[in-house]
Design a protein around this ligand. Structure first.
Ligand SMILES: [Mn+2]
Length: 391
């Protein structure tokens, strides 16, 4: 009956700070390339509807050239209606952000942006005497912890689809209440009469259902960070009719860039750091993004001869890009010198160290209000830094 293509978390125009020059441009293009593959699929298969469940762009201010490319590509799609909500990445988070960049796509025919982040809007489509209600609400950047389904209306049409960018607890358990983005549960959606919850936010493909509805995250369309290196990336296709179940959902894989992490374990017996890394990272693949984690203990005399730049240059020749994370503990059994001072803190550790120092100072001064604000800032800042570094 109604044929639907569902995608989310395209993260078009990301920042890849550890890549430079032409490599960075090519990496940014990877994300646009996934989008192009999805639109090409839609041009060929002519679904009734394409829904995008947030994080279409990676940030609130993407550069102009990917925006132009997006508009031209959307214009190639002439038989499909497009529905978009914003996510936590591309929503507006402050008054100075003004609006989300997806709102500029309203100027295109066939595109609907559910730009309201407080209540649901809907569009009703008709086909063969049946109605499909498409409901959506954008991510609330000013109030990210808000439950997105608390005011979800009941579906009044023959079929119903809801677009939400949020965190469904049954698919991904909640470990930390501090930085939750739009948390909700399947339980809370019972009795609303929707067939399909088109979700975005969680980057791993996953779905769950009860006798009333199917809840599905198609996942991100490119590997966004090394935490996604083992995940296949794609989008989903479904056809809504009277006997729709999760078995009718088809995952369509996309051609994406591969990522791989190498962990190099050190002991005080190892005498050449560069050599140890190069013999562990023993492949060549000019299209592969590589992360090298250095773990364990190294002697100070050995560490002194570690040539990071030489290493980066020789690995760069073999791969598309390389990120080196140094978590080595430096040691020397022959002296009593405290090498802890030589340890290079990760940006997250350094941020936490600095903030904890400020908090201790505030507590001493009895400034309870600022102490609370700083504690919230630690949680938010740590999450933001980790997201940035994982790419
Ligand atoms: Mn996302």
């Amino acid at each position: 009956m109604f044929k639907i293509v569902h995608t989310a978390d395209l993260h078009i125009d990301p920042a890849y700070i550890y890549l430079t020059g032409e490599k960075q441009q090519r990496r940014k293009y990877d994300f646009l390339n996934s989008f192009n593959q999805i639109i090409d699929y839609c041009i060929k298969e002519e679904p009734d509807v394409l829904v995008v469940s947030g994080d279409f762009y990676d940030k609130n201010l993407p550069r102009n050239s990917p925006r132009k490319d997006v508009i031209l590509k959307f214009k190639e799609l002439t038989d499909t209606k497009i529905f978009i909500v914003t996510g936590n990445h591309d929503c507006s988070k402050s008054i100075s952000d003004t609006i989300s960049p997806v709102e500029t796509l309203k100027a295109l025919d066939r595109v609907t942006i559910f730009d309201n982040s407080d209540s649901y809007d809907k569009v009703i489509l008709q086909k063969d005497g049946k109605t499909l209600g498409i409901y959506g609400k954008s991510f609330n950047g000013m109030n990210p912890g808000k439950n997105p389904v608390e005011n979800l209306p009941k579906c009044k049409e023959d079929f119903g689809v809801v677009l939400i960018h949020g965190h469904l607890s049954e698919i991904m358990p909640v470990y930390n209440n501090d930085c939750q983005y739009a948390p909700f549960s399947m339980e809370e959606c019972k009795g609303k009469g929707f067939n399909y919850f088109a979700l975005g936010h969680i980057h791993k493909y996953g779905l769950k259902s009860n006798d009333e509805s199917v809840f599905c995250y198609p996942g991100s369309t490119e590997r966004y960070s090394f935490t996604e290196e083992s995940q296949e990336k794609g989008f989903v296709v479904l056809e809504l009719d009277d006997d729709f179940t999760e078995k009718n959902i088809i995952f369509k894989p996309l051609k994406t860039r591969k990522m791989r992490t190498f962990t190099v374990d050190f002991t005080p017996k190892i005498h050449d750091i560069n050599q140890q890394i190069l013999s562990t990272v023993n492949i060549t693949d000019k299209e592969l993004l590589v992360r090298v984690n250095l773990k364990g203990e190294a002697l100070f005399d050995v560490y002194r001869n570690y040539k990071r730049n030489d290493l980066a240059v020789s690995l760069d020749e073999r791969f598309f890009g390389v990120q080196i994370n140094n978590e080595l503990i430096i040691n020397d059994p022959d002296t009593s010198y405290d090498f802890g001072a030589l340890k290079i803190n990760s940006p997250v550790d350094e941020f936490k160290r600095y903030m904890n120092e400020r908090i201790a100072q505030c507590e001493k001064e009895g400034n309870i209000e600022l102490t609370e604000i700083l504690r919230d800032t630690i949680a938010m800042g740590e999450k933001a830094l980790r997201e940035m570094m994982e790419r």
